[in-house]
Design a protein around this ligand. Sequence first.
Ligand SMILES: [Cu+2]
Length: 183
Amino acid sequence: MSIYTPPADWFKAPEGAERLWVGLALCWCIVMSIAMPYWHFYGKQNPTGEAYRVDPIEFAQRVGKFVETNKVGDYTAELNGVEIPVPIAEIAPGGDGYLLARMWAFFPILQLRKGQTYRLHISSQDLNHGFSIQPLNMNFQVVPGYDHVLTITPTSAGEFSIICNEFCGIGHHTMTGRIIVVE
Ligand SMILES: [Cu+2]
């Protein structure tokens, strides 16, 4: 209950400049509301992919097995002046490959062939990480307990960096990985 009764004519329809600005804002709201579904269907969006529940330890074991059977070499990564060998694993064309994200690295280095299609399983061993392939505009969340499956077909050869773009602690800025695409 108010302390006094407002006058009966308290509401006045906007007029003049106020009317113009409210009208402009309303038009823009309508444009943006149409743009959202439009961009969903016609914009170059990242695919949502598939996701399955997985136990983080079990996923790490699958990654280990994948690296054991598909290792083709070693890659020398450098961190703070220290050289660290990281295995390179090649995914069989049309097959399944595994990538593990953890504080603060991606494991292993993946090798792919241009024009072949792969199912790439990505998960995290500890906490939420990001999976962003540079310099492409691809960006995904990597959540522990979920096996995120991306169906990918590399269209150009070269070395691509993977960076984590979800802040994941003190070593976040060093969390990088690599995908090698060969002809
Ligand atoms: Cu991370």
